[in-house]
Ligand binder design. Structure first.
Ligand SMILES: [Zn+2]
Length: 182
């Protein structure tokens, strides 16, 4: 992305009730009390919402002065995934715009709206081994694939790359943000 980050400050929230973040309300509370403007704020706790979820951030958080906030378990797992959301990336299995067809003919308007990621769906995976064993087909009868290693999949144990278009999308979201954080 050609963006570099400077380390700013480490702080401690001296309130044990935030040791586990069990619901979105607690995120709101943390956020209102501690969020620093014009920074990517990373909050570490023992648990974020649930074992299954265990990380959270605001979509395109860089687009406003105080919504760049990432919530992580102390292991740090999920940081790059949440940075992807913070810079405006959807999951590769996003369904709010409709399921992308496996042949990719509608890739710009469905799924994650990015064409060099595969049409994917978020089902049938083993969190420990990172194995995909889905056999779901699309409207054409083609089998969905899964890009296990893509940071915007939910295979956290296999994460290792963004695609070129994902980098371009993040960079353009940053450039188009109405305010600049830094
Ligand atoms: Zn996510």
């Amino acid at each position: 992305m050609c963006i570099s980050f400077d380390y700013c400050k480490t702080d401690t929230v001296r309130d044990y009730s935030f040791n586990e973040i069990n619901e979105k309300d607690e995120i709101e509370l943390l956020f209102t009390r501690f969020q620093k403007k014009r920074r990517i704020n990373i909050y570490y706790s023992d648990l974020v919402i649930s074992e299954q979820t265990n990380s959270f951030s605001f979509f395109n958080g860089i687009s406003s002065i105080d919504s760049a906030a990432i919530f992580l378990p102390k292991s740090g797992v999920g940081l790059v995934h949440e940075l992807g959301h913070t810079f405006g990336l959807y999951h590769i299995f996003e369904k709010k715009f409709g399921f992308e067809k496996v042949d990719g003919t509608d890739c710009a308007t469905t799924g994650d709206m990015i064409c060099d990621t595969p049409a994917a769906i978020d089902v049938f995976h083993d969190k420990k081994t990172c194995e995909y064993y889905g056999n779901t087909i699309d409207v054409n009868g083609d089998y969905y694939k899964m890009e296990l290693g893509n940071f915007m999949s939910h295979y956290f144990c296999a994460h290792c790359f963004f695609t070129t278009e994902q980098y371009e999308k993040m960079a353009s979201n940053f450039l188009n943000a109405p305010i600049k954080l830094w």
